[in-house]
Design a protein around this ligand. Structure first.
Ligand code: MTE
Ligand code: HPA
Ligand code: MOS
Length: 768
């Protein structure tokens, strides 16, 4: 079955986000917009000013005596377990005994008003004994200090291949982290109920994990805790694990005081207290032949994991599984090092380690090209995965849907890449202050959580007797349009206009045991689960309709808000009522699990991805060699969305992800001082892209006639993360521009982000 144009909002229709108007008129309700219940307390955190220190004592006496202050809680007040680790164990919600980063929450102050809590928090006296912090990746490497056992992938015999190779190069690279900078900071509101019950409104991508974390900290069973979220004001991975911390704290206050409690972080606190994209340092060693074909490769991927593991093992696994990007590697070793540092624990961020894995292989190919006097694109050509051979990844998965080379060739031809390169050469010959650069970036991104158990989803659908439909599933809405897409699926199953379908908030008591809405798999998973639920109800309704019209069930057809048997028909609502009258259930749960996934986290082998999503971009940039400033002038994108569930939403995802990726690679720079204090904790010092940073020419094309080869929901493909990595074309183009400042003998020394300072330094170095 597929969408038809006979109803409004079918699958594949270009309808707008269900909340688009509400978002721009301010009518969309976020947690902080909910009216305060009587007695709601506001929470402010006391955090560590030291990167590493023993907590010798906490004196809350003075703070507690202040007007309006209801509670000052510390780790000692935790009734259950002080552990909210998403994967491993032993990651405290509140620092206990030792503080491990600047900003580590040490105590919670709750008062009648925010201002009272804020003032009182300053009066909590914590006695610290400072310890030596480990702040940098290289220091943690020297100490071999990791948050979990370092993983690696090996295929073939890289050492032998490196030794035998005709050419061999070594090099290093670093890429920075990134703050999520969602418009809505972390927020949680805990409302106590009867007995030990607690309802927690949490701005989270992962309500089930919040439920578990809160239950764990309070020492109550999961069935006492209900977590609800209608929408986030952005998540971007930053609300996959982090919200548990704040929900647990709000719940502690609510549990202790019997009053509702709200914890809403200020922007600066959110930036200091919560994890970000992992910054990485890389060392590589590559052997290759005269054509630039890689024979042997060894990469050390050193990530700043932060004080605890959090999701680092998943992120690193994705880096290891994307260090190949689009290229076949016969003899390869990717070594991961999750460095434990006294900085905030880094976490999921759109791409989840994929961008870091890809940026290093692209740099290596550029290095090879430079060495051989070939272009990056020529080197890519000889290294691309094949379609029938040369198609096994370093982790052992066979790629059966590869289309990247043809997509890249097509985009290059369409925009006259060779002609544009010549024009740029001419421009550069005539200009000494401004220099232009151009580069392509092919992307292959694996879809599925790289932990098979997470690839499952549930849904709950009710049809009421007036024909209106209530839709619920385990996915969360963070602006990506998931709720719209899943509603389109249900509209398509019932063949009714989408405005008959009520989208409802995600709740752990409606659909339990869910995965985070992450890994771009939200619509793949929840779309299928909702399809299953709606289809069950439809089957029952067909039975009733067949009886009513006295025809066989296969003669019943749902079409344009009506149900037909030949020329006879009744409305969907009439059939709903009739189904009730005949005592058949109009409610069903749905369930889906992604097939055919395997993964061994110890050997890092298996087939962890159901399919791959492909995309290619070409960007042209200009740099000012006197100031280091840069602009992206023009970007063309060709993105594979399968048979898009909603091209309008997908277009927005491509645009947003690309620009967010540009931010990571050009302007967003996290700076810590030598005490481990984050200096860039607000918009005045941390520069996310503005509307004028968007390339003035940004041409986005969704690949046509490209249904997913595996059966996903209506043959669509995931879109949330893959286009972020297309922004690497901007960074490569900046390197191209820098390299054109010299005589061609040197490779540019430019890491990410390529800020104006970094570009200026690289230009100076290359001209020296
Ligand atoms: N788009 C918006 N507007 N806001 C977000 O927070 N998060 C991204 C992406 N697109 C995000 C977004 C991330 S990190 C992921 S994993 C996916 O959306 C999650 O949603 P999906 O699986 O439904 O695509
Ligand atoms: N993406 C996002 N979150 C995850 C993943 C992933 O691949 N694996 C585990 N958690
Ligand atoms: Mo997205 S980083 O998988 O939440």
């Amino acid at each position: 079955m597929d969408g038809t144009q006979n109803i409004v909002g079918a699958a594949h229709d270009k309808i707008q986000h269900d909340s688009a108007v509400k978002h721009v008129t301010g009518k969309a309700l976020y947690i902080d917009d909910m009216p305060n219940l009587p007695g709601t307390l506001e929470i402010v955190l006391v955090t560590s000013p030291h990167a590493h220190a023993n907590i010798k004592s906490i004196d809350s006496g003075v703070a507690l005596a202040q007007k309006g202050v209801a509670a000052v809680l510390t780790a000692a007040d935790i009734a259950g377990h002080n552990d909210i680790a998403p994967i491993f164990e032993g990651e405290p919600a509140i620092a206990e005994g030792v503080a491990e980063y600047v900003g580590h929450p040490v105590a919670i102050v709750a008062a009648d008003t925010y201002d009272q809590a804020f003032q009182a928090a300053k009066l909590v006296q914590v006695d610290y004994e400072e310890l030596e912090p480990v702040l940098e990746i290289k220091d943690a490497m020297a100490k071999q200090q990791f948050t979990y056992t370092p993983p690696s992938i090996t295929k073939g015999d890289p050492d032998k291949a490196l030794k035998k190779a005709k050419h061999r190069l070594q090099g290093e690279l670093a890429c920075g982290g990134q703050d999520h900078f969602y418009l809505e900071a972390n927020v949680a509101l805990a409302v106590p109920g009867e007995d030990q019950d607690m309802t927690v409104y949490s701005s989270t991508q992962h309500p089930t994990e919040v439920q578990h974390g809160v239950a764990h900290v309070l020492g109550v069973p999961s069935n006492a805790i209900t977590v609800e979220i209608r929408r986030m004001g952005g998540g971007f991975g930053g609300k996959e694990s982090q919200p548990t911390i704040f929900a647990a704290m709000a719940a502690m206050v609510a549990s202790k005081t019997g009053q509702p409690a709200k914890l809403r972080l200020r922007r600066d606190d959110d930036m200091i207290i919560t994890g970000k994209r992992h910054d990485y340092e890389f060392d590589y060693d590559v052997g290759f032949d005269d054509d630039g074909r890689i024979d042997g490769l060894d990469i050390a991927m050193m990530m700043r994991s932060g004080n605890v593991a959090d999701l680092s093992s998943g992120v690193m696994a994705r880096s290891l599984c994307h260090g190949d990007n689009c290229y076949y590697l016969e003899n390869v070793r990717f070594r991961g090092y999750p460095c434990k540092t006294n900085t905030v624990s880094n976490t999921a961020f759109r791409g989840f380690g994929g961008p870091q894995g890809m940026i290093v292989i692209e740099t290596i190919l550029e290095h090879i090209g430079h060495h051989l006097g070939k272009s990056l694109d020529d080197v890519r050509k000889v290294n691309y995965y094949g379609t029938n051979d040369r198609n096994v990844t370093p982790y052992g998965q066979t790629i059966s849907d590869n289309i990247i080379e043809e997509m890249t060739d097509r985009l290059m031809a369409e925009i006259d890449f060779e002609g544009r390169k010549k024009e740029i050469e001419k421009f550069n010959a005539e200009n000494s202050t401004l220099k232009k650069g151009i580069a392509a970036m092919p992307v292959k991104f694996g879809i599925s959580f790289n932990m098979p158990a997470l690839n499952q989803a549930g849904a709950l659908v009710h049809v009421y007797t007036d024909g209106s439909v209530h839709l619920n599933h385990g996915g969360t809405e963070m602006g990506q349009g998931l709720f719209t897409k899943v509603a389109q699926v249900v509209a398509t199953v019932f063949q009714i206009d989408i405005d008959n379908i009520k989208i409802s908030s995600t709740r752990t008591d409606k659909v339990p045991n869910t995965s985070a809405t992450a890994a771009s798999a939200g619509s793949d998973l929840n779309g299928m689960a909702a399809y299953d639920a709606a289809d069950k109800i439809k089957t029952r309704m067909i039975g009733i309709a067949a009886k009513n019209f006295d025809v066989a069930e296969n003669e019943i057809e749902f079409r344009q808000n009506r149900v037909y048997a030949g020329n006879e028909s009744l409305s969907f609502a009439e059939l709903a009522h009739m189904t009730w009258e005949n005592r058949e259930s109009l409610s069903a749960t749905g369930y889906y699990q992604t097939p055919d996934l395997t993964w061994d986290p110890i050997t890092c082998t298996g087939s962890p991805f159901y399919y791959y999503s492909y995309g290619v971009s070409i960007s042209e940039v200009v740099i000012d060699t006197l100031t280091g400033e840069s602009r992206t002038l023009k970007t063309d994108i060709l993105q594979d969305c399968g048979k898009s569930l909603n091209p309008r939403v997908d277009y927005g995802q491509i645009e947003g992800a690309f620009v967010q990726g540009m931010g990571w690679l050009t302007s967003e720079e996290l700076v810590w001082n030598d005490k481990g204090q984050l200096l860039t904790h607000g918009p005045s010092t941390y520069k996310i892209p503005g509307s004028r940073d968007v390339p003035p020419e940004l041409n986005i094309h969704i690949l046509e006639d490209a249904p997913n080869r595996v059966p996903t929901i209506f043959r669509s493909k995931a879109i949330g993360e893959p286009p972020l990595m297309l922004a690497i074309s901007v960074w490569l183009a900046l390197r191209d521009a820098v390299s054109r400042c010299g005589d061609g003998s040197k490779l540019p020394k430019l890491n990410a982000p390529a800020t104006p300072e970094a570009i200026l330094n690289a230009v100076t170095e290359i001209r020296a």
